[in-house]
Design a protein around this ligand. Structure first.
Ligand code: NAP
Length: 325
């Protein structure tokens, strides 16, 4: 059994798997901004693409073979930001090599795959962080405090709608069953499921309606999930790729409501948040920088990250229970 990797000087060497949107926009700057982290390398299917990307964003080493990347002792951790179905083999290979993992959401395409990943991570004893980055946004922290606090009186109900109009032709892999089973619900709905779990605990009942009315492809275009939580809170969400972009979140208590628009996501235009009609100002922050810092802290201290294995496993199980097939 390989021991979890540690560096002599405590610096965490991080390699990134994937060269896509989230890596370019969020993870490269976040790792560079994290004290105690060092960006070591990047993996692509294509070495020339990896080289061009690495030169552009300033990453020293490039790989087109995960096995070779994992043999580099300077790699203590990986950030897995590839299509959902690839998370499973990549996370298992990393864990088996003693390499810590920050895995993008959703954990992978199937509940069985999540189970295999959880087994490998537990066996290896490496740190595993789930990429539920919204938890690191100040706005979402504030919403959670209000939902769990006294301001609204007893909370019974929440609902959210999150949509982005994404034609199938503009997607690379989310409509491809071999690369993932979640489209609208995996793009954005999974974040709301995580938010509800973070606020209200583990749901005791899951109902769902999953449809593909426009393109009729294999993966969901309009997904509604209704969760019932211990104590009776009901929370519903709709995720869609059919309508122009935007989102709303409402939390209702016996004494009033929290109403939010365009706060689910990063740097959205015209965000607003009111509690019982009073606007609440929240200082914007960089969720990904805080997520990577939390990952590095968890590795260094051997304590859990803010979002971990169970959050990944439970979330995919909820999407399955809602009807993703
Ligand atoms: N936390 C968040 O809010 C958030 C936001 C966006 C995405 N994500 C998650 O991050 C992961 C990546 O999403 P993304 O939006 O960055 O996707 P993307 O832009 O399509 O990038 C995915 C990357 O994976 C690599 N890849 C390997 N096999 C591939 C295949 N068969 N088809 C397409 N790409 C392939 C590609 O790099 P090479 O071409 O160099 O191999 C590609 O650049 C997903 O799990 C997604 O759910 C999370």
């Amino acid at each position: 059994m390989t021991s979890p990797r540690r560096s002599d000087d405590g610096t965490v060497g991080i390699a990134i798997l994937g060269t896509g949107g989230i890596v370019r926009r969020s993870f490269v700057p976040a790792v560079k901004a994290t004290p105690g982290a060092r960006l070591v390398g990047v993996l692509s299917r294509d070495r020339a693409r990896a080289r061009a990307f690495a030169d552009e964003v300033g990453i020293p080493e490039v790989y087109d073979d995960l096995g070779v990347l994992l043999k580099n002792p300077a790699v203590h951790a990986v950030i897995v930001a590839t299509p959902d179905a690839q998370h499973e083999p990549q996370v298992i290979a990393a864990a088996d090599a003693g390499v810590h993992v920050l895995c993008e959401k959703p954990m992978t395409a199937t509940p069985d795959g999540c189970g295999r990943m959880a087994e490998a991570v537990s066996r290896a004893g490496v740190t595993f962080a789930m990429g539920y980055s919204l938890r690191f946004l100040n706005t979402i922290r504030t919403i959670r405090e209000v939902a769990q606090g006294d301001a609204l009186g007893r909370v019974w109900y929440a609902r959210a709608l999150w949509t982005s109009r994404t034609p199938a032709a503009q997607e690379t892999w989310r409509t491809d069953r071999a690369q993932g089973r979640h489209w609208a619900i995996g793009r954005v709905g999974t974040h709301v499921i995580d938010l509800y779990r973070w606020c209200f605990g583990e749901p005791v009942d899951v109902k769902g309606n999953i449809t593909r009315p426009r393109d009729g492809g294999p993966n969901d275009e309009l997904s509604t999930v209704i969760l019932t939580f211990p104590g009776g809170v009901v929370a519903e969400l709709t995720a869609s790729v059919l309508f122009p972009g935007g989102n709303s979140l409402e939390v209702y208590g016996e004494d009033g409501a929290l109403l939010a628009r365009n706060v689910l996501g990063y740097g959205l235009e015209n965000p607003s948040l009111t509690v019982k009609g009073t606007p609440v100002a929240v200082t914007p922050n960089n969720a990904f920088a805080e997520e990577v810092a939390d990952f590095v802290r968890a590795i260094r201290t051997g304590t859990p990250p803010l979002s971990g294995l169970d959050d990944g496993v439970r979330n995919v199980a909820i999407m399955e229970a809602a009807g993703v097939r």
